[in-house]
Ligand binder design. Structure first.
Ligand SMILES: Cc1ncc(COP(=O)(O)O)c(C=O)c1O
Length: 362
């Protein structure tokens, strides 16, 4: 029986052998005392790569966004964000429950961007005491619901200008920041520069078992560190986890950033193969307009979104029976995500399984 090909998410990745070794050998200390040299090295490395003053290792992308919101937004303030972003949709309402903030959610365009004019118009009038005070703009890069679309440096700059002109910071939810860097052919420093704070995940395409890093200026990171403690996220000999992150971000052969290009190529190969199959169509909604054929050129990072002219649950079950896992996604679509451990030959096996499952559920 061939092994299962799990395309549900890039979060299913396991640490590489080099990460396992680094984790076993990492020098450790109590990180709440600031004593863990491996955590300190990871935070410094992340800050240096993204051109910010300081970094903070956190348990997850959700925690990274939450401590960033806590650090930026006084209670009763409001953030402007895309309506289908993870921060709005998928973080259990942390902005409301924990931060005490509202979110002004704007509809994204098909390329994952928000209309800059709509952002400018969404700012509240601070002289009107009925309104909350706008305190933050949040962008998601890559933007998941539009199929992992990378937002360009020029676009980030435009949004940052709008925010900064009004005295408001810009936070980047860069859960897949490195996918955006690679897909755009830019540098982490360039892509992070317009934002005042960035969260990026180590445990997605970069394949570490746990963790994200938040970066920004020293005062912001100090507030975020306090917020992390409040959430119970002050961890102790956590260098065992940070060690994997240092491997992922290393320049050498064990680094995990450059190889994201392979994931992107495999996603495109998958999308092209899917587009040739009868019964596969555009995901519709934000993933792509209309009900027409799947446009494979929309697969520019490691996500492929599509729909099937079948009962979706029956199709996914048929696929699973053939050793391939994908997940239901927004608007009736299906999501497949390429990652470390999925090779071009696996993509061909997936396409055979999809063709077979389409026949079985016709
Ligand atoms: C865009 C985006 N932001 C944030 C997160 C949260 O990351 P985590 O699952 O580590 O909390 C995710 C997770 O999938 C995500 O896709």
């Amino acid at each position: 029986m061939p092994s299962t090909i799990d395309l549900r998410s890039d979060t299913v990745t396991h640490p590489t052998p080099a990460m396992r070794r680094a984790m076993a050998e990492a020098p450790l200390g109590d990180d709440v005392f600031g004593d863990d040299p491996t955590v300190n090295a990871l935070e410094a490395r992340a800050a240096e790569l993204l051109g910010k003053e300081a970094g903070l290792f956190v348990a997850s992308g959700t925690m990274g966004n939450l401590v960033s919101l806590m650090a930026h937004l006084p209670r009763g303030h409001e953030a402007i964000a895309g309506a289908s972003t993870h921060t709005v949709m998928d973080e259990a309402g942390g902005h409301a429950v924990v931060v005490g903030a509202t979110i002004r959610a704007l509809q994204e365009r098909l390329d994952g961007t928000l209309d800059p004019q709509a952002i400018a118009d969404a700012f509240r009038d601070p002289s009107d005491l009925h309104e909350p005070l706008t305190g933050l703009v949040v962008l998601e890069n890559t933007h998941a619901h539009t199929g992992g679309r990378p937002l360009s440096v020029a676009y980030e700059r435009e949004v940052a200008q709008i925010a900064h002109d009004r005295g408001v910071p810009l936070h980047l939810d860069g859960a897949r920041f490195w996918n955006a860097v690679v897909a755009l052919g830019t540098t982490a420093r360039e892509l992070a520069a317009p934002a005042d704070s960035v969260t990026f995940c180590l445990s997605k395409g970069l394949s570490t078992p746990i963790g994200s890093v938040v970066v920004g200026d020293a005062a912001f990171v100090a507030r975020a560190r306090r917020a992390r403690k409040l959430l119970g996220g002050g961890m102790r000999q956590v260098g065992v986890l940070a060690a994997a992150g240092l491997v992922a971000l290393s320049d050498g052969h064990d680094g995990m950033v450059a190889r994201l290009a392979d994931d992107h190529a495999n996603a495109r190969r998958l999308a092209e193969g899917l587009a040739r199959l009868d019964g596969v169509c555009s995901p519709g909604g934000l993933g792509q307009a209309g009900d027409g054929p799947l446009d494979p050129t929309r697969a520019v990072t490691n996500f492929v979104l599509f729909r099937v002219a079948r009962d979706r649950a029956a199709f996914l079950a048929a696929l699973e029976a053939r050793g391939v896992l994908m997940v239901p996604y927004a608007g009736g679509s299906i999501r497949a995500v390429t990652h470390y451990g999925v090779e071009a030959a696996d993509v061909d096996r997936v396409l055979d399984a999809v063709a077979d499952s389409l026949r079985a559920t016709a």
